[in-house]
Structures are given as structure tokens and as C-alpha cells.
Ligand binder design. Structure first.
Ligand code: HEC
Length: 177
């Protein structure tokens, strides 16, 4: 008697397995996606498309560094004024939309192309997203402060931005050896 339930379990398992396999074959791309998801960001075999995406997002991120250099020149009174700071803040806010799943897909972490995105980024996506939102909010504050023309008012949001860059990099950007 003990054999009956076991046999029926096995057979219902086989019946169940057929549609699952058929479904997996039908959706095709879902399988590699699921495997990539299991690796959580590590990508030994990144596609040319992913390599291009990484290169594109890095170009975008360098625009933020260029904007920060303008802000640095303002702080050191080296030829940049409050209006320049406002324009730099606009660039930072525009680029801060780069921190999305589309621009940081799983499989585009360290190991893929020249990516310096640490695998923790995908395990802690909510924290990553929150750091991006912090940067976006700070750049919005800086735009507003710069619009007043007040050179003192921009200093606090500049600090907030610098901290937002640093605190995300500390967690999710691999330091260059
Ligand atoms: C939400 C997290 C986050 C924030 C906020 C952030 N970064 Fe990054 N940054 C990253 C990650 C992750 C990488 C690695 C990306 C890669 O290698 O593809 C990176 C890489 C870079 C790079 C290297 C690009 C290259 O050429 O490889 C620069 C430059 C950069 N960030 C500048 C900034 C500046 C400036 C700020 C603030 C204004 C900033 N980032 C804010 C996460 C962040």
C-alpha cells in the first residue's frame, strides 16, 4: 500500500514536468535570463550588446565627473560662477536617470567588459536605487539653490551631491587596483 502514493506522486510529477519544459522552450530567452539572475551580476560571457551598454553608461557617468569638476572650480574660485554650478547640476540630474535596471541589467557587473559595478549592486538593488534617488534629490536642490544666484546657498547641496557619489561608489563601484 505504501508504494501507491509514491508512484502516483512520481507520475503526477512527470505529467507536471512536461508543460513546464514546453513552456521553458516556448519562452526560450527566459532560461538564460534565469541563469543570469542566479549569478547575480557576475557575467563571464557578456554579449556584445551588454559590453556596449556598459561602455555607454560609463560615458554617461563621466559626464557627471566633468560636471563635478566645474563645481570644484567654483568652490576654488577658479573661474566658474553660480550659473555654471546650476548648469552642472542640470547635467548631474539628467545623468542620474542612468541608475535603472535597463542600464544596469544583471550580468553587467565586474567580469563583463570593463564594468566596475560590484555584484552586491544586484543583491542590494533597493539600497542602490535609494542612493540614486538621494543623488537626484540633491541635484534638484542644487539647481534650485543656483537659480537664486546666492553663492552661499549652493554649498550645502554641493556637499550632499559629493557625499551621494562617494557613498554609492563605496558600496557598489569596484576600486581600481
Ligand atoms: C547609485 C550609485 C551611484 C551614484 C549615486 C554615483 N555613482 Fe558613479 N558609479 C556607480 C557605479 C556602480 C559605477 C561603475 C559603473 C560601471 O563600471 O559600469 C560608477 C562609475 C562611475 C565613474 C566611472 C565611469 C567610467 O569611465 O568607467 C564615474 C566617473 C562616476 N561613477 C562618477 C560619478 C559621480 C561624479 C557621481 C556623483 C555626481 C556618481 N558617480 C554617483 C554608481 C554610482
Amino acid at each position: 500500500m505504501a508504494g501507491w502514493p509514491r508512484r502516483s506522486d512520481r507520475s503526477s510529477g512527470r505529467i507536471g514536468a512536461v508543460p513546464v519544459l514546453a513552456l521553458a522552450l516556448a519562452v526560450g530567452l527566459a532560461l538564460p535570463a534565469a541563469l543570469a539572475s542566479a549569478r547575480a551580476g557576475e557575467a563571464p560571457e557578456a554579449s556584445p550588446e551588454t559590453i556596449r551598454l556598459i561602455s555607454h553608461r560609463q560615458t554617461e557617468l563621466r559626464r557627471m565627473s566633468a560636471a563635478m569638476r566645474v563645481i570644484g572650480r567654483f568652490l576654488k574660485a577658479e573661474g566658474a560662477n553660480v550659473a555654471d554650478v546650476g548648469a552642472a547640476a542640470e547635467v548631474i540630474r539628467a545623468v542620474s536617470v542612468v541608475f535603472t535596471p535597463a542600464m544596469f541589467p544583471e550580468g553587467s557587473g565586474v567580469g563583463a567588459g570593463r564594468s566596475a559595478a560590484r555584484p552586491e549592486l544586484w543583491q542590494e538593488w533597493d539600497i542602490f536605487k535609494e542612493r540614486a534617488a538621494t543623488l537626484q534629490a540633491a541635484s534638484t536642490r542644487l539647481i534650485a539653490a543656483a537659480a537664486t544666484g546666492n553663492a552661499e546657498a549652493v554649498k550645502a547641496p554641493i556637499q550632499d551631491i559629493a557625499q551621494a557619489c562617494g557613498s554609492c561608489h563605496e558600496l557598489y563601484r569596484r576600486r581600481q587596483p
